[in-house]
Every structure is written in structure tokens, then in C-alpha cells.
Design a protein around this ligand. Structure first.
Ligand code: GDP
Ligand code: MN
Length: 344
């Protein structure tokens, strides 16, 4: 399944993807970018790459979302970089706020400990808020409730390869829930109690486990035993969520809702630094059929310092087969070998 590139079905030819056509062949989907006004330049760089390699053929709308209102400049410049429709959303205060049950003193103390353990962004409150929002809130924005698929786009990322088919339609036609490009190990210190909390949740909700789950990928300890040990049973393997092409209905399912609620109450978004990437990945690995998770090997992608760089004439600007732009020791951060081993 994942070994084959998707057939170039639904080419632009014969279909209508005009930006302003209300009856176009676009399906119910949006490009989605959580971003700050000050990141405009870096976002435009990401936009230009994605428009050039893909979206100018399909004109999927962009949705920009922020915890503060977007500036006039931000709206003007982003609109100038796409023919597609642009939507600008403000996050409801209650979706971004630190929940009432979080103890702020404990949060400060915890951040000191995390910092001593070299956890990045330990003291940056907004980063914790962002991870929580990306885990369990983004798809609850009132203006996204009718949207099904999204492609998450961050500032300062690169897209290298011409992609000639409608990837959202590919997801729909092949019954895929989640698409990724990069599969990585995480910093175990940032998620020390995430797996123990997950086990607690499972003990009371065992019926939610998918029959064809990816538990073995989540719990591997052969390749990096130390990671598994420090993360208390979790391999720390995760889909790198700065790139996601996914079906929001999975996040809206009762299983995921219950899981997120459990984690949110446990407090680890603030007392540790649980990322949305491990949270999403654990949920997918447990509650979804693993055949519904797709590796987009044909989408060349970089978020510093890691790449997905296909060996294809359609790709320009990345070194084929290369995984990182830093020292070769970074290659051990690649968890794709385990994904292929356990999932195929
Ligand atoms: P990193 O990739 O983990 O180093 O984190 P980033 O700084 O790239 O943040 C992840 C994503 O969340 C990016 O799309 C950022 O633009 C966005 N983001 C992070 N913090 C904030 C914030 O406080 N407000 C807004 N609006 N976006 C944020
Ligand atoms: Mn980033």
C-alpha cells in the first residue's frame, strides 16, 4: 500500500478547479495555518512553495488562524500570494486559555524542571497553549465545524515536488484518515507521563482499541531502548505534525474526544510539554485502523532540520534520499524504519 505512489487520478484535466467556481471538483477541505502576524514573511515562503508545486492547480482555500486578530498587512500579502479564497479566523478565547484546573505555581515549577532536562520551550506558555490547541481544539472552531479535511501548513517549511493529483480527493477515495511525510522520535523528557496516562485511559476504555492498530510501532523498544525507558513504555515515535493532511472527523470522534479530555484533565500539556504530534500519533496508533494512515512519500517536504525528499524527477531543491540537513547523527531520529517494519 504505502510502497506505491498514488495513481495520478483526478488530474486537473477534465475537472474544474477554478478558484471562483462554486461547483468545482474540490472536496470539503482547506489548507490550514495557525500563524502569528510576525511570521508573515516565513509563511509567504511556505505558501509560495505549496502554491507552485500543488495548489495553483486545485485552488483549495486557505484558512489562517490566530489567537490575535490578523493585521491588514497580513491579510493583504497572503491574498496576493494565492488565487484561492482566504479566510481569517480568530481563536475563541476559551479555546486558547489555560484551563481553570491548571495550577499556575506548579506549572512554573514544572517548567524549571523541564528546562533542566533540556526540554525546548519549557517556559514558553504560548507554546504549551499551542500544543494543546492543536491537539484538541482546532477542529472545534465554529467556522471549521463544516470542514472535513485539512492540510496543515506552518511558516518556513518547504515543498519540493510537483504533485499533480488532488490529495484531498485521494484521502477521500482511499478512505484515509491521516497522511504524513516525516516520522520521528520525540524528546522523552517532554512526555514522561503521556504513555502512563494513556494506559490509564485504555484500562477504562479498552473497547476503543482498533483491531488493526499500530500498538507495536508505539511501544517498540528494540531500536531505541532508552527512549522507550524514559517515556515509560512509549517508543516516542510520532508523525511530525507540522505537516498533516487529515480528516477532522477522526478528531471529532467520541474515542478521540474522550482521550483528549482525559489528557487535558491530567494536565501534561502544562506540567510537562506534551506535543500535539505524540498525542495525535498515539490516538491514531490506538484507535484507528493502521491501513488508514498514509505516508505521502511523493510530497517532498522540509521543516528544519528534517526532510522527506523523494527520488523523483518531479522534485527540485532537496537532496534525494536525505533525511536531515544537519550532522548525520540526526538520522537516528528517523522512525520510518519502524513504521515500515510494523505497519508496512
Ligand atoms: P516548532 O515547529 O515546534 O519549533 O514550533 P513553531 O514556533 O513553528 O510553532 C508551531 C506552529 O504554531 C506554527 O505554525 C506557529 O506559527 C504556530 N504558533 C506557535 N505559537 C503561536 C502563538 O502563540 N500564536 C499563534 N497564532 N501561532 C502560534
Ligand atoms: Mn515550526
Amino acid at each position: 500500500e504505502t510502497g506505491e505512489p498514488p495513481e495520478p487520478l483526478r488530474r486537473v484535466v477534465g475537472h474544474n478547479y477554478d478558484a471562483d467556481n462554486p461547483n468545482s471538483d474540490r472536496i470539503n477541505a482547506t489548507l490550514l495555518s495557525l500563524v502569528r502576524n510576525k511570521e508573515l514573511g516565513q509563511l509567504v515562503q511556505s505558501m509560495q512553495d505549496l502554491e507552485r508545486t500543488w495548489n495553483h492547480k486545485f485552488n483549495y482555500p486557505w484558512t489562517f488562524i490566530n489567537d490575535e486578530p490578523f493585521s491588514e498587512e497580513f491579510m493583504r500579502v497572503t491574498k496576493a500570494n494565492t488565487a484561492a479564497a482566504c479566510n481569517y479566523l480568530l481563536i475563541p478565547k476559551e479555546h486558547w486559555a489555560i484551563p481553570s484546573w491548571i495550577n499556575q505555581d506548579l506549572m512554573q515549577e514544572s517548567a524549571n524542571i523541564l528546562e533542566e532536562q533540556d526540554v525546548q520551550y519549557a517556559h514558553m506558555q504560548s507554546y504549551h497553549q499551542m500544543c494543546r490547541w492543536n491537539s484538541g481544539l482546532f477542529y472545534k472552531h465554529p467556522e471549521l465545524l463544516d470542514t472535513q479535511y485539512y492540510w496543515r501548513v506552518e511558516p518556513k517549511v518547504h515543498f519540493f515536488c510537483d504533485v499533480d493529483y488532488d490529495v484531498f480527493r485521494y484521502m477521500q477515495d482511499h478512505n484515509k484518515t491521516y497522511g504524513f511525510t516525516v516520522n520521528l522520535y520525540d524528546s522523552p523528557q517532554s512526555i514522561a507521563t503521556l504513555w502512563p496516562e494513556t494506559i490509564k485511559f485504555l484500562a477504562a476504555n479498552n473497547h476503543l482499541l482498533a483491531e488493526n492498530n499500530a500498538m507495536k510501532w508505539l511501544t517498540d523498544k528494540d531500536r531505541r531502548p532508552d527512549h522507550n525507558h524514559k517515556a515509560n513504555g512509549y517508543s516516542t515515535c510520532h508523525f511530525w505534525s507540522n505537516f498533516e493532511i487529515a480528516d477532522m472527523n477522526f478528531w471529532r470522534s467520541p474515542a478521540y474526544e474522550a482521550y483528549f479530555e482525559h489528557l487535558d484533565r491530567a494536565g501534561g500539556f502544562f506540567y510537562e510539554r506534551w506535543g500535539d504530534a505524540p498525542v495525535h500519533s498515539i490516538a491514531l496508533g490506538l484507535f484507528e485502523d493502521k491501513s488508514k494512515i498514509h505516508w505521502f512519500k511523493d510530497i517532498g517536504y522540509q521543516h528544519i532540520p528534517f526532510f522527506n525528499c523523494p527520488n523523483s524527477a518531479k522534485c527540485k531543491g532537496c537532496i534525494k534520499g536525505r533525511f536531515s540537513d544537519g550532522e548525520s547523527w540526526l538520522n537516528k531520529e528517523d522512525c520510518r524504519p519502524n513504521w515500515f517494519k510494523y505497519v508496512g
